[in-house]
Design a protein around this ligand. Structure first.
Ligand code: UDP
Length: 380
């Protein structure tokens, strides 16, 4: 039986496929066009001695036991509960997701119970029974004022679209709390960060006798002939030379500054709700094990969203509109992709999904196992 497979991309999707296939006896070649592994989760220690995630803060959270067990096989993880505050004006920072304290600050209220919060929100929200976009979903749940304060300008700069044009799924990522809960991922059982960084986890995932990794290598369709199968995390529209049109992405430009005062606030990330170009800022040293060496300088990173064309085609966020027009284009590519039984598209760019890390890992574990079950494990 032929047992050589090619994995394109060394991010979570590619690494999970590579490791699962290698463990089943397949000989796995991984390529990545970048000069590092770990995809958008790549991190490193910068000149200030601060561990920084090159492509923006990656906070791991999941309730999936299997994913939790799987990632812990490849390094030590430490508990970390992410907290975010929205900067309303110079000195006013309020909890996000919106909770009872947020509402008390914004409306100068003194709500004391979940029931009081629920009845307040009911009073300000609008009776929209089947919201068809992000604006309607928010109006139905938190009303006009909170929507326009916390979501309208931020969404405009993040997506270059109004809330009316965006899918409700995008803002549903942010939970709504009626109590004082102020964690960003309150619904997830496990909230952890790798003690020695994500890159080290990836080194361990890919450290297998059956896996070879080559960096700075672009995929070329002529490679398909050399392998039994290709698991490809490249953008699916690019593979098909955009024959049905482009699948757009938002990207982020990162602006780093060195601060000489060490922040001691209770939240690592601040969201900017104003109309300026930036969406958020992160004090890396407030994440556990991210101040690797105390040099007296602390990196603060701010994010400026843009179209991926303005950022060297760096694709971060697939654009999910209320009318689903880009998903429809993706379906055309997907239909073409299934015609080729030698290739499987994987990950955020291969499947045009707005996925979190734990979701990519889960899908990749299941996808790799299903493929192996269909083929039978290679002889070890
Ligand atoms: N969002 C917003 N204001 C905020 C935070 C989020 O309007 O302060 C909206 C925005 O449209 C954003 C979406 O909610 O793209 C999802 O936010 P999340 O923090 O999950 O985005 P990510 O961490 O994936 O960048």
């Amino acid at each position: 039986m032929s047992k050589r497979v090619l994995v394109v991309g060394a991010g979570f999707a590619g690494a999970v496929y590579a490791r699962t296939l290698a463990d089943a006896g397949y000989v796995v070649q991984v390529i990545d066009q970048r000069d590092h592994i770990a995809g958008n989760a790549y991190d490193f220690v910068d000149e200030n001695g601060v561990r920084r995630h090159k492509y923006g803060p990656h906070l791991f959270h999941t309730s999936n036991e299997r994913v939790f067990d799987w990632v812990r096989k490849f390094g030590e993880w430490v508990p970390y509960e992410h907290r975010v505050r929205a900067r309303l004006r110079e000195e006013l920072f309020v909890p996000l997701p919106i909770n009872i304290e947020t509402v008390n600050s914004v409306f100068n209220k003194d709500l004391q119970s979940e029931e009081a919060m629920q009845s307040f929100l009911k009073g300000v929200s609008e009776p929209i029974s089947a919201p068809s976009n992000a604006a309607e979903f928010l109006y139905a749940n938190i009303g006009l004022e909170l929507t326009n304060l916390f979501f309208r300008p931020y969404t405009k700069k993040m997506w270059s679209m109004d809330l009316e044009q965006m899918s409700a799924d995008v803002v549903k990522r942010i939970p709504l709390r009626f109590d004082a809960e102020d964690r960003y991922f309150p619904n997830d059982k496990y909230q952890i960060l790798p003690r020695d960084g994500y890159t080290s986890i990836f080194e361990n995932i890919l450290n297998h006798v059956n896996i070879n990794v080559d960096l700075r290598v672009r995929f070329d369709s002529s490679m398909e002939d050399e392998y039994d199968h290709v698991f490809n995390s490249m953008p699916i529209d690019e593979y098909f030379e955009c024959q049905f049109g482009e699948l757009p992405y938002r990207s982020i430009k990162f602006h780093h500054s060195s601060q000489s005062a060490r922040a001691h606030q209770a939240w690592a990330t601040t969201n900017y709700t104003d109309h300026g170009p930036l969406t958020r800022g992160t004090h890396w040293h407030l994440l556990p094990h991210h101040l690797v060496k105390d040099t007296g300088k602390y990196t603060y990173t701010e994010e400026e969203p843009c179209d991926y064309r303005e950022n060297s085609m760096e694709r971060y966020y697939p654009v999910k509109t209320a009318d689903g027009r880009f998903d429809s284009i993706y379906q055309l590519y997907k239909a073409r992709a299934v015609e080729n039984t030698k290739i499987t598209f994987i990950g955020r760019c291969g499947t045009y999904q707005y996925l979190d890390m734990h979701q990519v890992i889960n899908q990749s574990l299941m996808g790799a196992e299903a493929w192996i079950a269909g083929r039978g494990p290679a002889e070890i």
